[in-house]
Design a protein around this ligand. Sequence first.
Ligand SMILES: [Zn+2]
Ligand SMILES: [Zn+2]
Length: 164
Amino acid sequence: MAVAMKGGAREGGCTCGEVRYRLASEPMFVHCCHCLNCQRQTGSAFVVNLLIEADRVEVVSGEPEPVDAPRDDGSRQRIFRCPTCQVAVFSEYGAPQVLFVRAGTLDEPRGITPDVHIFTKSKVDWVTLPESAPAFEIYYDSSALWPPASLERLDAVRPRAARA
Ligand SMILES: [Zn+2]
Ligand SMILES: [Zn+2]
C-alpha cells in the first residue's frame, strides 16, 4: 500500500508527451548531484534525482527506452529515454530496484527540494548551496542521513547485505 501524498500523486513525462509516469509515493530521498557525469548528461550544472523504488514508478504511457551510457569511472549507467523525443526521464545506478527520477521531468519540479548535495567538489562556482541541506564533496553515508522510514523502504527492495 503506497503512502498517501498531500495534493495527489506526482506525475511527469517527456517533452513530446509520449512517455508519462506517476509516482505511487513520495521518494525515499532526493539527491542534487554536481558530478561531472551528471553535468555532461544534462548539459547543465547539476541534476536533481528522486530516489524511489522502481515498482513505485508507474509508466502510464509510452515505453522508456534504456540507453547504457559510459561513466568516467568505467561503469555504465542505464538511462531511460523517450524513444521519440529522447528526453531522459529516469535512470539506474547499478541496481534496477531503485530508480532515479529526474526532477526536471515532473509536471511540478518546484515541488521538490534536494535532501542532500553530493559531488560538490565539481560544483560550478556560481551555484550557492542552501544552508538547509547537507553537502558532501563526494558521497555520503545513507544510513546516517536517510530517515528511518526511507531506510526501511530501501532494505525492503535492496537488502543491506547485498549493497556495496
Ligand atoms: Zn517524448
Ligand atoms: Zn552525478
